[in-house]
Ligand binder design. Structure first.
Ligand SMILES: Cc1cc2nc3c(=O)[nH]c(=O)nc-3n(C[C@H](O)[C@H](O)[C@H](O)COP(=O)(O)OP(=O)(O)OC[C@H]3O[C@@H](n4cnc5c(N)ncnc54)[C@H](O)[C@@H]3O)c2cc1C
Length: 435
């Protein structure tokens, strides 16, 4: 009897969960690795299968988590993939211990992060990412009664404003930098996906009474030791709004680092995949946000396709192609609608910090001839976040493309880096379990 195909999935968000479930249900030996405690990724962060039904998309989460538990896929939490020391091997770290995980098929489902652009005051306590503030509120940050301004770009603004309002926050306004001339065609495109239209309308209904201004953006955060107010503008008028928190991010950027490390081709900022989600590297698949920022449904269907393909069921995978195409078109519409406007390049002052890890200012960067010079002379992007925050900002501000990815992908212990390839795969496997 031949041994089952070993499928390793990196990232336990919707895309990774779907890939792991479907591959395991189709006979593969599957390991699902994620740096978090529970499965769910960004959208289902902190969800619990028993209590999820009252949360947005909670029923879907409960369904996938139960399938994951039943599928036999091994759920390996708090496990960060930091390197690939040899072909077919990933190096991982958990709780200060490192070891290698071999794979026959690899599914990259590493999701996305928020894009932050610097403006005066963006480093004040009280200024957070949009999803970041939502995550903090989910983890117990007392938000009830707090005055929150939501700003930046993307559909997350409305979703998070609605979520924070449900928790009792006083939303002082939602300021979307994209102009109405770009939002209108996007809204029309949603006719092809009525579910998304209904979801958007529900969030708007939940935030009724809160001003939603398109073509407006934050110019400054004001405050001494923490945020006290923000100045918003549409380029002509400006107004000051008192607030306790500013939730601000400019749409999302894909987490490409693992794909880049493995040599997968990147096309126009996303991992290039074929009809069954396989990248330019044989046996390596990619699903969800790294192939195009498209949200939950796209991540799920791409995960299912990759799971089927990894298990060798190409015919069944092809049946899901029409839905995937529709959702990929949605991702393209999102990209166009929420692209950052040029005025945002002029927000930072000379003394505004751009690289928070190494305290590098806009003025210092403006004197550098290239991203490489900024790294060498200013250590921009060389701190603990490895350019995850400032990289997308300097790309937008100066046109510097991201540095090539080098291991470790996350800060790791020297002991982990020193393990000889394939030395150990002694990680005790855990069965999938809800948080
Ligand atoms: C902060 C934030 C909040 C969001 N909130 C919402 C929301 O409320 N509603 C909504 O519709 N959409 C939300 N989104 C959009 C979200 O990206 C998608 O809706 C959906 O979660 C995408 O699924 P995914 O599987 O592609 O990726 P994700 O859900 O992002 O899952 C990727 C997973 O991979 C893990 N990972 C990445 N790299 C590694 C590594 N090297 N080793 C181990 N694990 C790794 C991450 O920790 C994460 O758990 C949010 C996005 C962000 C960035």
């Amino acid at each position: 009897m031949t041994a089952p195909v070993r499928v390793v999935v990196v990232g336990g968000g919707p895309g990774g969960m779907a890939a792991a479930v479907v591959a395991a249900e189709n006979g593969c030996d599957v390991r699902l690795l994620d740096e978090n405690l529970g499965p769910g990724g960004q959208i289902w962060r902190g969800y619990n299968a028993e209590a999820a039904s009252s949360s947005p998309h909670g029923r879907e989460f409960a369904k996938w988590v139960r399938r994951l538990e039943a599928s036999g896929a091994a759920w390996e939490p708090e496990t960060s993939v930091i390197d690939s020391p040899a072909p077919g091997i990933l190096r991982v770290e958990r709780a200060g211990r490192g070891w290698d995980v071999p794979w026959d098929r690899l599914v990259i489902a590493t999701g996305a992060r928020e894009r932050f652009l610097p403006f005066p005051g963006w480093t004040l306590p009280g200024v957070m990412g949009v999803g970041g503030l939502q995550a903090m509120a989910k983890s117990g940050l007392p938000i009830a009664g707090k005055r929150v301004v939501v700003s930046g770009s993307g559909p997350l603004l409305l979703a998070v404003a609605a979520a924070l309002k449900r928790k009792g926050a006083k939303i002082e306004g939602i300021f979307e930098q994209a102009p109405w001339s770009r939002l209108a065609p996007f809204a029309v495109s949603l006719v092809a996906l009525p579910g998304k239209l209904v979801e958007g309308a529900q969030y708007r209904w939940q935030t009724r009474g809160v001003a939603y201004k398109s073509g407006w953006w934050v110019k400054r955060g004001l405050g001494q030791s923490r945020l006290e107010a923000v100045v918003v503008s549409d380029g002509k008028d400006q107004r000051e709004i008192l607030c306790d928190y500013l939730a601000c991010a400019f749409h999302l950027v894909p987490n490409l680092e693992l794909a880049q490390l493995l040599g997968c081709r990147i096309d126009a900022g996303f991992v290039a995949v074929n009809a069954v989600q396989e990248t330019s590297v044989t046996g390596v698949y990619c699903v969800g946000e790294p192939t195009g920022i498209g949200g939950l449904d796209k991540a799920l269907v791409e995960g299912e396709i990759a799971g089927l393909a990894a298990a060798g069921h190409l015919g069944k995978a092809a049946e899901l192609l029409p839905l995937r195409q529709k959702l990929r078109r949605f991702a393209q519409h999102l990209d166009r609608a929420f692209a950052s406007r040029p005025e945002l390049r002029a927000l930072a002052a000379a003394e505004t910090i751009v690289c928070r890890c190494e305290d590098v200012t806009y003025g210092e960067l403006a004197e550098c001839a290239s991203g490489r010079a900024a790294r060498l002379h200013m250590r921009c992007g060389m701190g603990p976040c490895q350019g995850r925050i400032c990289g997308p900002a300097t790309e937008f501000l100066f046109g510097w493309s991201a540095a090539s990815t080098r291991p470790p992908l996350f800060p790791a212990r020297l002991g982990t880096l020193a393990v000889a390839p394939r030395e150990a795969d002694s990680n005790p496997r855990e069965v999938a379990s809800t948080p």
